[in-house]
Design a protein around this ligand. Structure first.
Ligand SMILES: NC(=O)C1=CN([C@@H]2O[C@H](COP(=O)(O)OP(=O)(O)OC[C@H]3O[C@@H](n4cnc5c(N)ncnc54)[C@H](OP(=O)(O)O)[C@@H]3O)[C@@H](O)[C@H]2O)C=CC1
Ligand SMILES: O=C(O)[C@@H]1CCC=N1
Length: 292
């Protein structure tokens, strides 16, 4: 892992990537973070001892791999900086976007012709090197460049290479997924309190249970159906609980939730255009058209 890396956006996922890479042994001298909020920039510099700047162009010029970890509506302004960044004349800079919903074609249209762009959908367990990341190469990213992204993301968890058309679905399952499980833990903890446990007891019971269930699922080779059956003693407590989950439509709720997330991801580029045009900001595609 010898590349110099810039992370643009030091929010939740930018920090998770930074922490994951450092945990995995990446020297801080090879990392730079671009963060526009001064309070946040100071926090990151203090916590990780890494260089933090507000100058995206300068950071990009010092890096071989640039990760974008800003919200979709900030992508266009970041791309304006990246498009003006000179390369080092040796290696072609790789742009890796962690942004939900914005296709690689948007970046390719704004960056110098033929720039390699890779799209990654990680998740926050990257903070503890347990990420699930999906990766798609854009049209100008060759195998070696995709391999660089795979290797970097493998240092912070598991990786699945997928066609870009699956990215909205991936975002709905593993990108947003940790939040679904945290919600379940919250609800289970509240239920425990309702049954007379202290909040601390209930949270510890629920947390170790989700951790143990996850480990069992990933290590046993058994399916979730088999593992659930093994917990469900005939005529017992689990069957009584599962009956209520089915009665209140848990599967239906999960299906609808995932569909809503995927649809939201699919509409991201359009939403950014609508919000941008309301604010009088032209998109890269529009600017390219104006130039002709
Ligand atoms: N959170 C998650 O679990 C996941 C998030 N993602 C993707 O990651 C991206 C970031 O999400 P998240 O980390 O949650 O969001 P955050 O709001 O926590 O982080 C974004 C950060 O980028 C900063 N920022 C905005 N514009 C710029 C700029 N031009 N230059 C430098 N910094 C800038 C923001 O500052 P300010 O607050 O001042 O705007 C903020 O600190 C999103 O596109 C999301 O889709 C992907 C997978 C999982
Ligand atoms: O909520 C979001 O939009 C981001 C993308 C996936 C997880 N968090």
């Amino acid at each position: 892992m010898s590349e110099r890396i810039a992370i643009i956006g030091g929010g939740k996922i930018g920090e998770a990537l930074l922490a994951g890479l450092i945990n995995a042994g990446k020297p801080v001298k090879d990392l730079v973070v671009v963060e526009r909020s001064t309070t946040r920039a100071a926090e990151i510099a203090d916590d990780y001892g890494v260089r933090v700047t507000q100058d995206g162009r300068d950071a990009a010029e010092s890096a071989q791999v640039v990760f974008l970890a800003v919200k979709p509506d900030a992508v266009e302004s970041v791309l304006r900086d990246l498009a003006r960044a000179d390369d080092d004349g040796e290696t072609e800079r790789i742009t890796v976007s962690l942004v939900a919903g914005i296709p690689t074609s948007r970046y390719e249209a704004a960056l110098p012709a033929g720039s390699p762009v890779i799209r990654v959908m990680p998740n926050t367990p990257m903070l503890v090197n347990e990420a699930m990341s999906a990766i798609s190469g854009g049209r100008y990213a060759d195998e070696e460049q995709v391999e660089v992204a795979v290797r970097l993301m493998e240092s912070v968890g598991r990786v699945m290479v997928v066609p870009e058309k699956q990215m909205d679905a991936v975002t709905a399952i593993s990108g947003s997924g940790p939040a679904y499980f945290f919600l379940l833990v919250e609800a289970l903890t509240d239920a425990g309190v309702g049954l007379g446990l202290t909040r601390a007891q209930a949270l510890e019971l629920a947390t170790q249970t989700i951790k143990g269930a996850g480990a069992l699922l990933s290590e046993s080779g058994a399916t979730p159906v088999e593992l659930r059956a093994a917990v469900t003693s005939p005529g017992g407590t689990t069957a009584a609980a599962l009956r209520e989950f089915e009665r209140y439509g848990l599967r239906h709720a999960v299906n609808e939730a995932a569909r809503a997330a995927a649809e939201f991801s699919k509409q991201a580029a359009r939403r950014v255009d609508v919000e941008g045009s309301r604010a009088g900001i032209s998109t890269a595609a529009e600017r390219a058209e104006d130039d002709h």
